[in-house]
Design a protein around this ligand. Sequence first.
Ligand SMILES: Nc1ncnc2c1ncn2[C@@H]1O[C@H](COP(=O)(O)OP(=O)(O)O)[C@@H](O)[C@H]1O
Ligand SMILES: [Mg+2]
Length: 285
Amino acid sequence: MFFNKGKSEIEVPKGKVVAFLNQKGGVGKTTMCFNSAHALKDKGHKVLCIDMDPQANLSLLFDVDLSENEGASIHHLMVNSVRELKTLHTSNILSDVLIKGEVDLIPACQDLSGFELTMAPISGPRQLILKRFLEKNDLLNKYDYILLDCPPTLGLLVINSVCAVDGVIVPFRPDDFSKKGLLHFYEMLADVQDMGIVNSPKILAHIPNLVDNRRKQEELDLEEIRQVIIEKLGKDLLLEPFYNRAQLVKSQASKKSVFDYSSKEYRPLHQQFHKIADVIEGLNA
Ligand SMILES: Nc1ncnc2c1ncn2[C@@H]1O[C@H](COP(=O)(O)OP(=O)(O)O)[C@@H](O)[C@H]1O
Ligand SMILES: [Mg+2]
């Protein structure tokens, strides 16, 4: 896609970046990120995942454990991309760190937990380090979709993720993602918009996860959340709930996506993750 800027033509990268976000842990961010990435791959796209969580759970799903060999991660790549941090630079370049596979991965490591402190002394905008790293490495031209798995905080790593993405997907558990949690989350996105340096990303979907359909209260909580979403965003962006699925637990224990299994009990999960992939593809519409 091209648009005119004076006489020169500037190419708009076609790749889109999406983050799986929720300030709570255990809601399914990593699970959704991993399987949605494979759903996009299944639909023929070139996909990169970036693990933004120092706990590195996504990297473990890719069977990558940097704690064993102290390898380099997204942390080192981001540090190396900031000129002011020259004294902390390491020799790692993208091609050393990128792990190629059906879906590519830039892994996380424990060092990422020091990201906020490491970036404290810099004078440039600390919120844009990830965005600039993606741009400098031309990753939006190399991949159709880049999916970020975020840590369960609202700290600088998440702010960097929010500033780098086109869209966000919010997995949540109806029991603990109360109306208050949702409103708090929207405020954080509004704060990003108020910083005036990037537009806040589009909210693509909310995904109720680990829903127990035997609990009446969850149905009521979900309905309340649906009303808040409609009131605040003007449309119903609630996807069909994910129930507690042994197939997800089993596939993760084998470090596989649900698309590695073709038996019939996996089909509803294929459909649900394809639906998330459809929503992500909607960014290109
Ligand atoms: N729908 C589901 N059914 C069964 N287990 C799930 C489901 N979603 C997530 N889990 C499990 O719950 C745990 C937390 O999920 P995870 O994706 O790591 O959450 P988060 O990244 O938000 O902390 C993991 O052990 C994962 O395997
Ligand atoms: Mg996680």
